[in-house]
Write a protein that binds this ligand. Structure first.
Ligand code: CO
Length: 178
């Protein structure tokens, strides 16, 4: 089922997400809905809080490069990384990447993150898994984990860029209001 994505500056995005305790059907439905919602909006990642569920749940699906133009095929469900109750075990280096977010649609800006992270998390059945990455997945994990802490990527911008963003965003909201 498609869920509604919460858009900045909605205060719900600032909520702290709570650890998942039950790895039951309700969680699986949530994960399936998150995948459907993310694909419908052409996203590569989504956190529970972005659809109003303050649980430590996030998904990432990095498109595979194919000749096919069909988005469904480029992000097949079986490629979805489902991350529950994640915590960073190790982090090192620095990397900059142009990020976007389904809760801040249409805005993209470079953000500094760790280059490499090692993250421990649980899958949809509660099995503990470790992921170690120093590429785009590491960036995506940090972006989505920020959501669980009530933080958006725009909060990691320099003061100057942040001010510029707020100005642009207000202008855009006004245009939409007309
Ligand atoms: Co985001």
């Amino acid at each position: 089922m498609l869920r509604e994505i919460i858009i900045y500056p909605d205060k719900r995005l600032k909520q702290l997400s709570k650890p998942v305790e039950k790895f039951d059907q309700e969680l699986h439905t949530l994960l399936d809905d998150m995948y459907e919602t993310m694909i419908a909006k052409n996203g590569v990642g989504l956190a529970g809080i972005q659809i109003g569920v303050a649980k430590q749940v996030l998904i990432i699906n990095i498109p595979i490069e194919t000749d096919s133009q069909e988005p469904q095929k480029q992000q097949p469900k079986e490629n979805t990384l489902e991350v529950i109750n994640p915590r960073i075990l190790e982090a090192e280096g620095k990397n900059r990447y142009q990020e976007g977010c389904l809760s801040v649609p249409g805005y993209f800006e470079e953000v500094e993150r760790y280059k490499r992270v090692k993250v421990e998390y649980q899958d949809r059945y509660g099995n503990i898994t470790i992921i170690d990455d120093d590429d785009f997945l590491a960036i995506a994990l940090q972006h989505e984990m920020d959501h669980l802490g009530g933080r958006l990527f725009i909060e990691r911008l320099s003061l100057l860029k942040r001010k510029k963003f707020e100005k642009e965003w207000k202008k855009r909201q006004k245009r939409k209001g007309k």
